[in-house]
Design a protein around this ligand. Structure first.
Ligand code: NAD
Length: 355
């Protein structure tokens, strides 16, 4: 039975789809290949996936209800890993409608597909941004999450609530994973690590907001993939009895306890942005010219995941340090963009140039 992975041309979707294929599973990938960031990179990820046995791809718009219905009907996926979304906090201030289309209408279409085709488990991407202006760290799933600081976060929190309604009404098992700043090879060009790398190599200054003081729980992609797959493998799937009753035309009672859960999935080790840049400088062997700027509207101060719940539920155990993770990203970046080896221009102590 195939697994549907949405956002398969995206950063996390690509890695998850590839890992599933390598386990011998049949994966149906969906993506609209939008141009929010370099479509060439998305195509390169897909070209790499095309070499995996069992991978099928459909270029499709999630907000297109009929297309999504047809895909579910044709492939009848047993499980769905929903990673497609309009991502990015800052872009949500510029283009709010993209978030409504992809993250709200698109998510509803996925829920409906799961309901109609009796999908056994829906795992979907939520985000650390739903914690909004929480000042108490680490963030726990029991903390309030009803004060989003931007529309992106609002749509992700809304997804969790929509999933709850479907879990409650239709006994659909849903698991939301609140990702904390994911980075690594094949990463997103709109995110800090990628932008900083490109600019440092080009000798251009980098903009560092909140004077570099905010901390992020940077989480390496392989740890994320492991957490997603453990969630997919180990959490309970649908109760067939409920579906059988529904198929027989009876009205099953709504669940007393919905098979719904949300979990943090982070590294548990927040790092100050300035330190992250230092590690990057050392991996690149080049100094950054830094423009220190105030905090941007919509940005959270610190993020820090408490991952005890996911650890207990599925044995999630992130282990990659930022030194290892950033080094692997730089290795990939140099190879992908064929960066010529340059003489290091960083002293042994490192030079952090502030402009
Ligand atoms: P990404 O932008 O690389 O991947 C998302 C993919 O979804 C893209 O390839 C895009 O083309 C596709 N897509 C967007 N809207 C679509 C639509 N309407 N129809 C079909 N395809 C569509 O992002 P990512 O970093 O891989 O993130 C994956 C998921 O994780 C997203 O839901 C994102 O919000 C969430 N998330 C990511 C991070 C992170 O640090 N990367 C953090 C928190 C949450």
């Amino acid at each position: 039975m195939p697994t549907l992975v949405t956002g398969a041309a995206g950063f996390i979707g690509f890695h998850v789809a590839r890992a599933l294929c390598r386990r011998g599973e049949i994966v149906v990938g969906l993506d609209n290949l939008n141009d929010y960031y370099d479509p060439e990179l998305k195509r390169a990820r897909l070209a790499s996936l095309a070499a995996e046995p069992g991978f099928h791809f459909f270029r499709m718009e999630l907000a297109d209800r009929e297309a999504v219905e047809q895909l579910f009907e044709a492939w009848q996926p047993e499980r769905v890993i929903h990673l497609a979304a309009q991502a990015g906090v800052r872009y949500s201030l510029e283009n709010p409608h993209a978030y409504m289309e992809s993250n709200m209408v698109g998510f509803l279409n996925i829920l409906e597909g799961c309901r109609v085709q009796r999908v056994k488990h829906l795992v979907y991407a939520s985000s650390s941004s739903i914690y909004g202006g929480n000042v108490r760290t680490p963030f726990s799933e029991n903390d309030r999450a009803d004060h989003p600081l931007n529309l992106y976060a609002a749509t992700k929190r809304a997804n969790e609530l929509m999933a709850h309604a479907y879990s409650h009404l239709y006994d659909l098992p849903t698991t939301g994973l609140r990702f904390f700043t994911v980075y690594g090879p094949w990463g997103r060009p709109d995110m800090a690590l990628f932008t900083f790398t490109r600019k440092i190599l080009a000798g251009e200054p980098i903009d560092v907001f909140n004077y570099g003081q905010h901390r992020r729980d940077f989480t390496y992609i392989e740890d994320i993939v492991e957490g997603v797959l453990k969630t997919y493998d180990r959490l309970p799937v649908a109760n067939d009895a409920w579906y059988e009753l529904a198929a027989a035309g009876e009205t099953p009672a709504a669940s007393s306890s919905a098979p719904w859960s949300v979990y943090n999935i982070g590294n548990q080790t927040p790092v100050e942005l300035i330190r992250y840049i230092r590690v990057l400088e050392s991996c690149l062997g080049r100094a950054a010219q830094i423009r220190l700027l105030p905090r941007q509207p919509g940005d959270a101060l610190d993020t820090h995941a408490d991952v005890t719940a996911l650890q207990q539920a599925v044995g999630y155990c992130p282990g990659t340090t930022i030194e290892e993770g950033v080094a692997r990203f730089v290795e990939w970046y140099n190879e992908y963009y064929q960066v010529a080896k340059q003489e290091p221009i960083l002293g042994s102590e490192g030079v952090l140039a502030v402009v």
